[in-house]
Design a protein around this ligand. Structure first.
Ligand code: ADP
Length: 861
């Protein structure tokens, strides 16, 4: 279809769409937003809308889909959530006033990284938009959360970039076009390439300095080493300006993070330790976050999540947090008062952001005021523990924004409406004009009585009445008997049988006032409200600061609360190597059982005994111990108390956790390949100060391969890297490492045998596990007795000769007959076994398979 044949409307559409090719264009038409062509098809698919068509001035039909303007937020939420970019094109003049076609403009573009409306967002987590850029030696990240105004600059080693980004979990990443991102981001992350020159640090530096009104970036604590991140920030800000043509939202002063202060946590460690998302399904349930987060406010919840994902690596900073937590643990009354005061503080950070962007509704501004008015109580409770660590630092710069709270409280009604005009927004007594208008609207009757009285006096007609009807509006009614007394300025409007009706200029003027009162009230309220919102919004930096105070207090109080309820202790942080945990527990697993049912364990890793090989049967508790070591170290470094009787934590620069065969198959990659690339990443990044936790390396391949790889990896960690390592494995062969390497110790998780039965003690003790208990576990899972008997027979047989059943060649010739099961390759039974992944089966499935195999084997005899 050619452009000439299109209607003027479609020409306008094309012209605008031409400038927003990469976005779905929501084109406002009356009460609807319409989408055309491919956009219509995409939207109908993603949103389940009906696809129709519009006849475009005789030419071919144009595919069309629309959504009601009223419900736009819901549709935007879904599209942005699905990773789309949406440009919202509004009518920017009154259709009634328009000559020809209504003017339309794109008023904002929403992207997964750039969403304002907090109803589109999850309150408990930040929504970051990141820009990144890389040089040979450094990786720079600029991150903005538009809903809160939080602004971060991060610089890290290129190798840590993925971990740093994973922590921020951005919805969108902006990159220079000529530097394709080589990092694995989540599937839903939108990547937006931009012109390389936009990442220029010098231009960006000037722009940032101007934006924050400082002479140079040093005033913001930004130095030369941060240039790479400053460049990214420049590109980010430019991009935001494009998305929000009406003006850049307020950004808080940037927080600068340099390498070495915060521990980068890679994706596998975050997932395997289930810090904020569970391995299964990614929910919050069953995670460390769920245990630690007893915050009362959305800011607190976001901060808690951020702290968990960014453990510190500087002792002084960690101790400052621990001091504050300890103070609040010691004073339950102060803590209770603090938590009570925090309860009811709404999302000050996001409300302030909306206020500054002039988007807050009366109800939201009211909520901001009400929240601020709680801050004095928060401060009072916090002051009871003045001076302890970060608590003292914070109280030193405390600002409750009392003036703002007072002004909002004084100006707005107690329950302002969600929409201006729905109910009263501005309090009586605030504005004379508004009060008069309201009196007029309410007091219609009084006014009429007053006029009636005055006219009676003037004319001497005692029966004169002022009335109202829909056709003529207000009128003065005089009976025929008094017609002579009617003054000259009365204008006749209507004749009735016994009376005449008149109007006067004064009456008309009054009528006008009454009838337009509601309209004028709304206008006046809007003026007053917008002025208040602008004044409060201008104080955004103070409001963000206040929100930061609340968030920190909330997190500290929550950590203290959990410490007491769960009987945690304050860890001792040291610059040394040793990690020593006495009676440590797994913070999540222990809560799944009755109190005191969880068996605590001691673990010590020192320079002389830095590698633990942990053996023991399945289900003994190896993974639990492994993870609990990692969790305790991370909790300590985020400033939390820990589940142990005592803990001394030599600060780790990194914690790595690799856990065998998880759900990687779902992602379509070979498990073994994933396992090896994860292991390789650890070997490349770990240092002597790292804590490495390995669960079953080499499991995804044949036994000989697996043992060999596990052996070599252990040697490398022990000899070359020299880090603290705990290696849980079912390969008994690895216990021999202790004979070869000086700093390796064997431990096993104890089980007790009673006859043929096995009792899991979940107790760590020195020494390697002496044998496999797989058959016992099979028994517990309900394998039929005949199968168990046969399995024990096989085991004795194999142990008599060789450990590895798959290698038939090693079975002594005399037993070969009995091993027909394995001998006639390719045997379908063997084939099936080969393709079986026992790890991924339920006991019932395992049982069914075994039963089928056993039957098939019997038939074969
Ligand atoms: P493994 O890794 O050795 O196969 P897990 O660590 O998965 O074993 O533990 C298996 C189960 O044993 C856990 O789900 C938990 O219920 C229980 N368990 C583990 N450690 C303990 C402990 N210290 N105290 C009590 N129960 C435990």
């Amino acid at each position: 279809m050619s452009g000439e044949s299109a209607t003027p409307l479609m020409q306008q559409y094309r012209e605008i769409k031409g400038r927003h090719r990469d976005a779905l264009l929501f084109f406002r038409m009356g009460d609807f937003y319409e989408m055309f062509y491919d956009d219509a098809e995409t939207a109908s698919r993603v949103l389940g809308l009906t696809l129709t068509s519009r006849n475009n001035g005789g030419a071919a039909d144009v595919p069309l889909a629309g959504v009601p303007a009223k419900a736009i937020n819901e549709y935007l939420r879904r599209l942005v959530g699905a990773g789309f970019r949406v440009a919202v094109c509004d009518q920017v003049e009154d259709p009634k006033a328009a000559k020809g076609i209504v003017r339309r403009e794109v008023v904002e573009t929403l992207t997964p990284g750039a969403v304002f409306a907090d109803d589109l967002l999850d309150g408990a987590r930040n929504n970051f938009l990141c820009a990144v850029q890389e040089s040979e030696r450094a990786f720079g990240i600029a991150a903005v959360d538009l809903s809160t105004g939080e602004f971060r600059l991060l610089v890290c080693a290129p190798g840590d970039a993925e971990a740093m980004l994973a922590r921020l979990a951005p919805g969108e990443v902006v990159t220079p076009k000529d530097q394709p991102l080589r990092l694995a981001l989540g599937e839903r992350v939108l990547v937006t390439p931009r012109e390389p020159w936009e990442f220029d640090a010098a231009i960006a530096g000037e722009e940032l300095a101007r934006h924050f009104a400082v002479a140079s970036l040093e005033g913001l604590g930004i130095g030369a080493p941060d240039a790479i991140a400053v460049g990214a920030a420049g590109a980010l800000v430019r991009y935001l300006r494009e998305l929000q043509p009406a003006g850049l939202p307020h950004l808080a002063r940037p927080i600068v993070e340099r390498p070495g202060r915060v521990m980068p946590l890679d994706e596998m460690t975050r997932r395997n330790l289930e810090l904020v998302e569970s391995l299964r399904g990614g929910e919050r349930e069953g995670t460390l976050l769920e245990v630690l987060d007893r915050t009362m406010t959305p800011m607190g919840a976001r901060q808690m999540r951020a702290w968990i994902l960014a453990p510190l690596t500087e002792r002084i900073a960690i101790d400052a947090r621990l001091d504050a937590v300890a103070a609040l643990v010691r004073d339950p009354l102060a803590r209770a008062a603090l938590r009570t005061a925090l309860d009811g503080v709404r999302d000050v950070e996001r409300l302030a952001g909306k206020t500054a962007a002039q988007r807050a509704t009366p109800r939201e501004l009211g909520a901001l005021g009400a929240s601020l008015s709680r801050l004095p109580a928060v401060e009072e409770a916090a002051r009871r523990r003045d001076g302890a660590g970060v608590l003292g630092e914070m109280l030193g710069s405390w600002d409750a924004c009392a003036d703002l709270a007072a002004e909002i409280g004084r100006t707005l009604t107690d329950r302002p409406p969600a929409m201006l005009g729905d109910d009263e927004t501005i309090r009586a007594g605030v504005d004379r004009e508004l009060d008069d208008l309201r009196a007029l609207q309410r007091g219609g009757k009084e006014g009429i009585a007053r006029i009636q009285h005055a006219e009676r006096e003037r004319t001497g007609i005692t029966s004169l009445k002022v009335g109202f009807n829909k056709v003529f509006g207000y009128f003065i009614e005089v009976t025929n008997a008094n017609r002579d007394l009617v003054p000259a300025d009365y204008q006749r409007r209507q004749t009735l049988t016994g009376a005449e009706r008149y109007v006067t200029p004064e009456l008309k003027e009054y009528e006008e006032k009454v009838l337009t009162a509601s309209e004028r009230i709304e206008t006046r309220e809007r003026t007053l409200f917008e002025a208040l919102r602008a004044r409060v919004g201008a104080a955004i930096a103070r409001l963000q600061h206040a929100a930061g105070q609340v968030a920190m207090l909330d997190v500290l109080a929550s950590l203290a609360e959990v410490a007491e309820r769960e009987r945690y202790v304050r860890p001792e942080l040291t610059e040394g190597f040793t990690l020593e945990i006495a009676a440590g527990r797994h913070p999540v697993v222990e809560r799944m059982m009755a109190r005191e049912k969880f068996i605590p364990n001691d673990v010590t890793l020192t320079d002389d005994a830095r590698m633990i090989i942990l053996t023991g049967p399945n289900m003994a508790g190896k993974s639990t111990i492994l993870r609990q070591i990692g969790l305790i170290a991370l909790m300590a470094q985020m400033g939390s108390f820990v589940p142990a009787a005592r803990a001394r934590v030599g600060i780790a620069d990194r914690v790595f956790t690799r856990v065998g065969a998880s759900d990687n198959l779902v992602r379509g990659q070979s498990t073994f390949m994933v396992e090896m690339s994860e292991t390789s990443a650890i070997l490349h990044t770990a240092t002597a100060r790292s804590l490495v936790l390995l669960d079953e390396i080499g499991r995804g391949t044949s036994t000989y391969d697996g043992v060999s790889i596990a052996w070599a990896v252990s040697e490398h960690l022990h000899d070359v890297i020299g880090c603290k390592t705990v290696f849980a494995t079912h390969y008994h062969e690895l216990t021999q490492l202790a004979d070869e390497l000086v700093a390796v110790r064997n431990y096993n998780v104890a089980v007790r045998e009673a006859g043929d039965e096995v009792l899991f003690l979940h107790q760590l003790r020195p020494g390697g596990a002496d044998r496999s208990y797989g058959i016992e576990v099979g028994r517990l899972a309900g394998l039929p007795p005949s199968v168990l008997v046969r399995a024990r027979e096989m085991l004795r047989l194999l142990e008599g000769g060789h450990l590895v059943p798959a290698v038939v060649a090693h079975v002594p010739a005399s037993d070969a007959g009995q091993l027909a099961l394995f001998a006639n390759a390719p045997d379908p039974v063997v084939e099936r076994l080969r393709s079986t992944d026992a790890e991924r089966m339920t006991p019932v499935e395992a049982l069914q398979l075994l039963d089928a195999l056993a039957r098939e084997a019997r038939e074969r005899r």
